[in-house]
Ligand binder design. Sequence first.
Ligand SMILES: [Zn+2]
Ligand SMILES: [Zn+2]
Length: 336
Amino acid sequence: MLAGVFESIGTFKLKEVEEPQIQHATDIKIMVEAASICGTDVHILSNPPSHPATPNTVLGHEFVGRIIEKGEDVQGLEVGDRVIIDPTITCEVCVYCQSGHTNVCENFTTIGIFENGGWAKYCVAPARNAHKISEEIPVELAAMAEPLSCVVNASEKLQTKPGDAVVILGAGPMGQLFVQMQKAAGAGKIIVVDFSEYRLEIAKKSGATHVVNPNVEKVEDVVAELTRIGADSVVDCVGMLFDQAIQLVRKAGNVLLLGMNDKALPAIHQCTITGKELTIYGSIIQNYHFPKVVQLLESNVLNLEALITEAVELKDVEKGLQLMREGKAIKIIIKP
Ligand SMILES: [Zn+2]
Ligand SMILES: [Zn+2]
């Protein structure tokens, strides 16, 4: 079958690989119906890479498909079911898995990053990583389940109340999903900051009530004017704006750090955190949030359509990757 493969550092290849077969009695084999390109895929393929991955692995950790075969011990799922895939395979035995913090499992692996993923016609995965989803959900939207799960995990931490003012720094895919989740949670003012006018236009469709381009306006002034006391919550979807976030948030507010940049070492005025009595959250992937993602997708409370800026066939995935690199896309759907 044709597959999009991370071959070695900086090298991506579309090539014929062997069709995967069920290895364990608890596996399912899926015919992939739609996958999406993630910023992480771009990071994996950059040289030097800014995200680790196993060479000669089929990429694609965000996908939806139909079960075409199941191992003999698989329960609760049937051949023919449509499923979204949680790509993180946890060990279930480390202290974090056993205490309910599976997202920080000490021995995890990831489908589509360290194990073969969904940029191909078929994929084999453990049944416990699959979540059944309605036939009525367009596959293009269901393909966004994984990034949505990360945002659900993060968004729930803020416990946003109706009318809250929230600032979201960075309007890439995660920032856009965050805007949509905060809107659904009842935020009154959603102020989105990005240097890209293209992304800010899409942020308005996602539900931003105000957009700010720091090249045009001073973010601190806009937030002060709109909120008087500062935002109830500030979310850094870029991964290097902690310092700005603690300036924009009101006293006793929340700062949530979602974006990740391994190289960022922002100078932090620690006393501001203490003096304003801020609550700081980190958030990494998701932790039992897939059932909630199924509910969100099936209830259609988000505007995920607005985020699909391109659809390509698998053979054209490199074109999609290039659009992602150039910042000319939010979500690109691949149809294997
Ligand atoms: Zn992703
Ligand atoms: Zn574990």
